[in-house]
Design a protein around this ligand. Sequence first.
Ligand SMILES: *Cc1c(COP(=O)(O)O)cnc(C)c1O
Length: 490
Amino acid sequence: MDKDLSAPQSLEESLDPADWGRARALAHRMIDDAIDHLAGLRDGPAWREMPAEVRRALADPLPDQPQSPEVVYDDFLRLVRPYPMGNVHPRFFAWYMGGSNLTGALADFLAAIDGSNLGGGNNAPAQVDRQVTGWLRDLMGFPQGAGATLTSGGSVANLIGHAVMRNVRAGVDVRAKGVRAMAAPLRVYASDQVHSCHQKALEVLGLGAEALRLIPSGPDYRLDMAALAKALVEDRAAGWQPASVIGTAGTVNTGAIDDLAAIADFCHENGLWFHVDGCIGAFLRLSPGHAGMVAGMERADSLALDPHKWLHTPFEAGCALIRDGARQRQTFTLHPEYLEVQPRGVAGAEFLFDYGIDLTRGFKALKVWMALKEFGPTRHGRLVAQSIERSRYLAKAVEAAPDMALMAPQVVNITCFRYDPGGLDEAALKALNVEIMLRLQEEGIASPSDTQLHGRHSLRIAAVNHRTRRADMDLLLHETRRIGQAILQG
Ligand SMILES: *Cc1c(COP(=O)(O)O)cnc(C)c1O
């Protein structure tokens, strides 16, 4: 092996391989191994615990001596690849995550080789970013003048929406004066099922967690419009300035979809900003049979969507759409003397960093662009419909089983249920179902997650993955019962 890896190869050292042929052979091996891994995914466990020696090795300090790339890759194969989160596996059902795809993964490699910084400027990668965000804008039914920005994920996409809202609604130049100059505190409304990232965003924006007023949801887990109207009146009397309503197109707990058209009307009548969190459900628009569920979303002032969820873009890729692109620009544009747009040359185009928080931006657009071109919106729409069908299949099987309980209406691709053979109180049911969940995970059968629904514990099955089959749902239910019975029999 290489003896002298630490010694300079020449006076003009770089990070490029000394031997391109050897680098090529290793790169080919990586691709071959990756494709074998992907093709064999279903036969492997949904998850496995890291053995103690792996955990130890992954806490080792940085080696003193450089190592050959083959040795480093071998470490990856041994220590990392066998122990992923598992969200690309067909029986990963936890939280709400996309299943990734080979085209997107290869695009990520190509993007890194290209290496462009998409802060903006006059280059094809930045143009690909503008093109693909334009496609997402069109798919969502937003107008030409809308701003569209790729983000790390839905949390930042929602943050961008709230930031523009704050600056528009502040009543003062909040960029110059800060939130302390506002005459009255802004209030933002959402159902109690809204994602936690919104509270975090309002905290970061200096509005505070109390700026978010949560409206208790009913048995359908949707925003209660009558309670919303009442809250608005109360808050006005109490000195708050109602500013915005968040409609959720697919809540994280149950997949419930707020009445977005009604919220759009309500916001219009009351002069409020209308924000939609479409991180789960925005891509329902791609399925003709389901697009009606999110009717009204296209009327939002701001919309957050998450290509790395139901569009299966490899992490990370979120997207913020702002109806009035000029407002978005006014919120984020800042050009010091070293970042001027020029009439020609490398800086001869608008900078993308004018529309968000990051200055340096990776070429994440490519993995969305290549996959969208290859698969097309129609196939993506079919996959959206397919995962809803899988969830419905599971919900029906749960309803038909005397020892299982459906815990919430199944609306999209989230099914909430628990093993309930009868005679157990809430605390015992929770303990039982948590134990079932952990054993399902530890045995590598499937990875569900859990939640609390109006005070009751539930297993939660998000069937986002495009690889999930009906047989996976059969297995899940069968194994849930087997483990549940085993636990009760001690
Ligand atoms: C996932 C999710 C988010 C947060 O998006 P990230 O991409 O995880 O940052 C926000 N809202 C909803 C409804 C989500 O499901």
